[in-house]
Write a protein that binds this ligand. Structure first.
Ligand code: FPP
Length: 228
């Protein structure tokens, strides 16, 4: 594709369960395959430097409602993923960041997340952001509360943007896999002017080629930001 570097893409990774079911596997096998896809897409983006940041919706505030055994599996998988990925982050010059309320996670998982952020903070090919125990409304509410505590009497849009968890750039493209067409409380503030792409592909089957096709289409769309 044309090497116009995008600021930020966001992905709602959906369809792990269906992918596993189609193959007669347990749902957890689908999450393992999904984690491999995160790695493949992340390293591809870092190598090709077409994007500055990529945010992946890995665990939403609503995901706690899943069976306990699946939630526990996802926590273990995340821990294993970060442990194994450190080498990859350093090799591909990837910075790792987390957004969301990770206080709800075990102390050891919280330490793993903070340590991985610290060890990769100077990497610059790509910032990979995992949304963990994340909800868009919760993030905006927290930002407003921060501003109230700072004593702000009147809040401007820029104040909220700056008070959000990461010094966030707007999202250029949101991708959701598996045919569902919803935002599901993801990055509500940052998606204001994003292009949306919905694909039938189940997340474990999502490949760099499809991402490239999407990026290609995006560069052909003319974004007007409300103007003409
Ligand atoms: C949705 O599939 C996916 C999630 C619960 C979030 C994404 C999780 C992963 C890719 C796994 C691991 C992540 C990390 C960072 C190690 P679903 O279960 O809702 O699929 P379904 O709609 O087909 O049931």
């Amino acid at each position: 594709m044309d090497k116009e570097r995008l600021q930020h893409i966001a992905i709602i990774m959906d369809g792990n369960g269906r992918w596993a079911k189609e193959r007669g596997f347990k749902r957890t096998r689908g999450h393992e395959a999904g984690a491999e896809t995160i790695r493949d897409i992340t390293t591809y983006c870092a190598e090709h430097k077409t994007i500055q940041s990529a945010t992946f919706y890995a665990f939403s505030t609503e995901n706690w409602k899943r069976p306990k055994i699946e939630v526990e599996f996802l926590m273990k998988l995340l821990d294993k993923y970060l442990k194994n990925e450190l080498k990859t982050y350093q090799q591909y010059n990837i910075r790792f960041q987390a957004i969301g309320n990770i206080d709800a996670f075990s102390k050891s998982l919280q330490n793993r997340i903070r340590e991985t952020e610290r060890l990769t903070k100077d990497n610059s090919n790509l910032t990979q952001i995992l949304a963990l125990n994340y909800g868009g409304r919760a993030e905006i509410t927290m930002a407003v509360n921060t501003l109230i505590k700072e004593g702000k009497k009147e809040i401007r849009e820029e104040d909220i943007s700056q008070a959000l968890q990461t010094s966030y750039t707007d999202i250029d493209i949101l991708i959701r896999t598996s045919g569902e067409e919803r935002i599901s409380n993801f990055l509500l503030w940052q998606l204001s002017y994003s292009e949306f792409y919905f694909t039938e592909t189940l997340w474990p089957d999502f490949r760099a080629k499809e991402l490239d096709d999407i990026l290609q289409k995006f560069t052909q769309r003319h974004r007007r930001f409300g103007g003409l």
